[in-house]
Design a protein around this ligand. Structure first.
Ligand SMILES: *[C@@H]1O[C@H](CO)[C@@H](O)[C@H](O)[C@H]1NC(C)=O
Ligand SMILES: *[C@@H]1O[C@H](CO)[C@@H](O)[C@H](O)[C@H]1NC(C)=O
Ligand SMILES: *[C@@H]1O[C@H](CO)[C@@H](O)[C@H](O)[C@H]1NC(C)=O
Ligand SMILES: *[C@@H]1O[C@H](CO)[C@@H](O)[C@H](O)[C@H]1NC(C)=O
Length: 269
């Protein structure tokens, strides 16, 4: 009996392992160059890819090409999430906590490396190059904004530290937590319930108060739910195959990409 329970648990965990388009699937410069941005915006960090457009092809910085970071100038270095400008030279990015800066430039410098800071070093990888955990977050303000969608883990401030709590539904959440998990939940009629397209989502990346019409994962069955902005400006359920060039990849939870030859939005793989 115990074995069976363990086995089902493993199955449940694996079922949330969402596959997204590979860099090599992305046929347009627009989809390729915005891949990281779109993944981070929809918190779709199941398998982060660092895509780069090169001579008409979309390559994966982590798999297809070894970027010699050490030869790069500061500006190019700063734009490549696989490199880090540190100590006056460009180095291969390792992990956030390897980077330490003077107090007065710490926060901004960590931000430029796509990390948060903990007051002493950089910590917590904002774009998921390494494993993210709530426990790495040192400040209440950062903690209370964070939801790790791909782990279904909400970060809670316990008075002195940031601690992760894994979720399997929305129902137990307070109004404040419900808003923090608005990638999957919505506060309606004084309770926290599963999100729909109509609820929209506030992005942690975008200016406060701006509501996005992102596609999302159903918190209970881990299915991708596709949404799009209607002509009337409402966020509604969508058929990803009907998405246009600009919205195909970004609005499909990175499951579909635009094929310029066919002028169609098609599922990857
Ligand atoms: C940074 O530079 C200092 C002084 O040159 C050196 O001691 C230190 O090892 C360097 N650190 C890294 C990570 O390159
Ligand atoms: C910040 O992170 C570093 C590296 O993980 C750790 O050694 C240090 O104790 C942390 N400091 C605080 C204040 O959390
Ligand atoms: C908060 O969490 C930290 C780390 O788990 C723990 O050491 C601490 O005792 C907790 N504080 C409270 C007030 O629960
Ligand atoms: C809100 O809850 C009340 C009491 O449970 C119920 O009567 C009402 O129909 C609900 N409204 C909506 C919009 O679900």
């Amino acid at each position: 009996m115990k074995l069976f329970i363990l086995f089902s648990l493993i199955l449940i965990i694996n079922s949330a392992d969402i596959q997204t388009c590979l860099c090599s699937n992305l046929q347009t410069q627009y989809d390729c160059e915005n891949a990281v941005k779109f993944q981070v915006a929809s918190q779709d960090l199941f398998d982060l890819k660092l895509c780069i457009w090169n001579q008409g092809q979309c390559l994966d910085l982590l798999k297809d090409v070894q970027i010699p970071c050490s030869t790069l100038e500061q500006q190019i270095c700063g734009n490549l999430p696989s490199c880090a400008w540190y100590n006056g030279s460009c180095q291969t990015f390792t992990k956030c906590s390897d980077y330490k800066f003077d107090k007065n430039i710490l926060s901004q410098s960590c931000d430029e490396l796509n990390c948060l800071d903990n007051g002493t070093t950089c910590s917590f990888d904002r774009i998921g190059r390494g494993e993210q955990s709530c426990e790495e977050i040192a400040f209440e303000e950062d903690c209370q904004r964070m939801y790790l969608l791909y782990k279904k883990t909400i970060c809670n401030w316990n008075g002195s530290a940031c601690v992760g709590q894994s979720l399997s539904s929305c129902s137990s959440l307070t109004e404040k937590q419900c808003l923090q998990v608005n990638a999957q939940c919505a506060w309606r009629n004084n309770s926290c319930v599963k999100r729909t397209c109509e609820d929209g989502q506030y992005s942690s990346q975008v200016q406060e108060g701006v509501k996005l019409c992102s596609s999302y994962l159903d918190i209970e069955n881990d299915q991708v739910m596709y949404c799009e902005l209607s002509e009337e400006g409402q966020c509604v359920t969508s058929d990803p195959e009907q998405l246009d060039r600009k919205n195909c990849y970004s609005q499909s939870f990175q499951q579909y990409t635009w094929y310029p030859e066919d002028q169609e939005c098609q599922k990857c793989q």
